[in-house]
Design a protein around this ligand. Structure first.
Ligand code: HEC
Length: 213
């Protein structure tokens, strides 16, 4: 009996290992650097909110700070996920806009996947391809969306789709505000300047004439 069950255990074990080694399908793998960090930095780690001053209790400007608000593998039990998802005193707080449904579900998936930083997602700053849909819209949503969307459009400025964004591209205020050249108010307001890589991507898009691609 003993031998028989051991023999049975080995193939099951091998099968299980084979499954474990299978790379996770790209579609369900959320990368920290490229996808998670910008949304948290742009929407939660604003100065005086959840930055190193921790005035809101959590410091989301660091990876350990983000982890402190998550229960790996259990989004429903994670304070971070609960706060962005609930309708009652949501985060970010009123009057700021909620995160988009796709970003809420992205963060949920990330936590379910155990909130790892070690996923191999390629170069964290790949500037070879730039397109409005793929590259620019996610940056604007992550760093500007809590203020420049709907219902809250700070300064009556909505930047959440190309049509609304275009006048600010044309007048130069979009680019001026993110490079902090002094012509227009520096953006994102109350937050760090965009990371070098994002500025690089936007500059490249500008040099192509801001195509709606
Ligand atoms: C925390 C809220 C907040 C965030 C985040 C934010 N903005 Fe603003 N933005 C404002 C407010 C408020 C104004 C109105 C003018 C002012 O107060 O400076 C404004 C004004 C602007 C203007 C007009 C500037 C001017 O001088 O007329 C532009 C362009 C702009 N924002 C772009 C952006 C971009 C691009 C981002 C993201 C990279 C961003 N903003 C993120 C709050 C925000």
């Amino acid at each position: 009996m003993r031998i028989a069950s051991k023999r049975l255990a080995i193939p099951i074990c091998l099968f299980w290992l084979a499954c474990k080694k299978e790379p996770a399908p790209t579609a369900s793998t959320v990368c920290f650097e490229q996808t998670v960090a910008p949304v948290i930095q742009g929407s939660c780690a604003l100065s005086g909110c959840h930055d190193s001053t921790r005035s809101g209790g959590y410091d989301f400007s660091t990876y350990p700070g983000i982890l402190a608000a998550t229960v790996a593998g259990d989004s429903a039990a994670s304070p971070l996920y609960r706060a962005i998802q609930r309708n009652n005193s949501p985060m970010p707080p009123v009057p700021f806009n909620r995160l988009s449904d796709s970003n809420i579900s992205m963060l949920g998936t990330y936590i379910q996947e155990r909130a790892r930083t070690d996923l191999h997602c390629g170069d964290a700053c790949d500037t070879t391809m730039v397109g409005y849909q793929q590259t620019i819209a996610p940056i604007v949503e992550a760093y500007c969306g809590i203020c420049h969307g709907q219902p809250y459009a700070a300064g009556t400025i909505n930047l959440m789709d190309y049509q609304h964004l275009e006048p600010f591209l044309q007048e130069g205020s979009f680019y001026s505000s993110i490079v902090h050249d002094g012509e227009y108010s520096p953006m994102p307001k109350g937050n760090l300047q965009l990371p070098e890589c994002k500025l690089e991507l936007i500059k490249k898009w500008k040099n192509q004439g801001y195509p709606n691609n």
